[in-house]
Design a binder for this molecule. Sequence first.
Ligand code: PAF
Length: 285
Amino acid sequence: MRICRTKAELRAARTDLGLRGARIGLVPTMGYLHDGHLSLIRAARAETDRVIATIFVNPTQFGPTEDLASYPRDTDRDLALLRAENVDAVFLPEPGEMYAEDAETVVETTELAGVLIGALRPGHFRGVATVVTKLFNLTRPDRAYFGQKDYQQLCVIRRMVRDLDIGVEVRGMPTRRECDGLALSSRNVRLTAAARAQAPALYRALLAGQAALEAGRGVAAAQDAIRAALADADLALVRSVDIRDAQSLAQVPDRPDAPVVILLAVAFGDVLLIDNLVATPKRPA
Ligand code: PAF
């Protein structure tokens, strides 16, 4: 596995790996890898010829009061996991390698970046779109792999790729969960034991909302079912519960006639957990 710490090393690795028309799969991550990341790597392995992973805790997608400093990191363990998955190259830049001191160019999906998680975390999706564009430019992948757990992020990246005619196929892969339903996330390690015990309430709430919608009970009733399912988790601060069009993330009427996505953001202390589930509302008879 080639370990690239500079853009020049990554570009050279990309050129070598792409020889004879080999298709390149890119898996961008912020490290502290878990099974969700490994499922993206395995999908890339299965669908492309060469796999490049990146590990970069991107400072520009964190707000000034967010958890950049405490975001979990374990590079040695990550490298061992990537080696075991036969990843061909990994890019591990320092922030100073990624961004020039006077960098001023950004990529932003102007509408999508400001709603939902974007309203809770101003500037977050501008940071994501900008760094993902840079990673695409550096690695010129045929396909890039992202988890559906970060549903809005996936929508932002798809929109950006479409709007800017970036020739990358974006693959969204299913959320991986613990046995009790908690979605895998690098941030889970920062939950206290008591919060970890309550965190599966998110998935139970999503299932309750999905069941309400699929029984034809409408969006308002689904919202009630979701909040009721979260009520017992007394350490949880519910930051947002949204039910949106699954394709566009647009607002929906109480009786939607197309698939919707239920999006939850719940804080346990300073750990913000997000999760989502798609539902196909039952149409009124
Ligand atoms: O999902 C993540 O881990 C990050 O937002 C990403 C896509 C690697 C960009 O920093």
